[in-house]
Write a protein that binds this ligand. Structure first.
Ligand code: SF4
Length: 141
């Protein structure tokens, strides 16, 4: 089904602001997909060779590539690039991170959005600004 901005349930926008709580970068084991193009940008940012980035930070999941996680601590699986609550590769973070929480699975319904809000305190937070439909569409890219 094609995307029609006039019929989506969030056409009046959604409230969100990242509080930098870091919860979306930890928790249960997950997969953060990364592309070869993003690995090249990451290598430049870290001033490492592409080969070294692969060796230190990348794993194969089927025929795709993903970031590794730190060994679990008290059942929490932190992203390898999470330091305290801070993302240490923020300017070159993969698209999956950049586009959160505007993932299709979170936008399928109001219920799905509220479910995502159980993890992410910036979703529907009273202090969060209203993000317009156009901004959501732009940030989903
Ligand atoms: S869980 Fe939400 S508020 Fe917390 S760091 Fe992630 S996006 Fe930001």
């Amino acid at each position: 089904m094609s995307f029609n901005p006039l019929t989506v349930w969030y056409q009046n926008g959604l409230k969100f602001r990242c509080t930098e709580c870091g919860k979306c970068c930890t928790g249960t084991p997950g997969v953060v997909w990364i592309t070869e193009e993003e690995i090249i940008a990451l290598a430049a940012f870290l001033q490492l060779s592409i080969e070294d980035v692969h060796k230190r930070y990348i794993r194969k999941c089927g025929n795709r590539l993903a970031l590794i996680e730190k060994p679990p601590k008290q059942g929490e699986y932190d992203c390898i690039f999470l330091k305290g609550k801070r993302c240490t590769i923020y300017p070159v973070r993969p698209k999956q991170c950049r586009t959160f929480p505007w993932w299709d699975e979170n936008l399928t319904s109001k219920e799905a959005w509220q479910e995502a809000g159980k993890l992410c305190e910036g979703i529907d937070h009273p202090d969060s600004p209203l993000i317009s439909l156009q901004e959501i569409i732009d940030q989903k890219q």
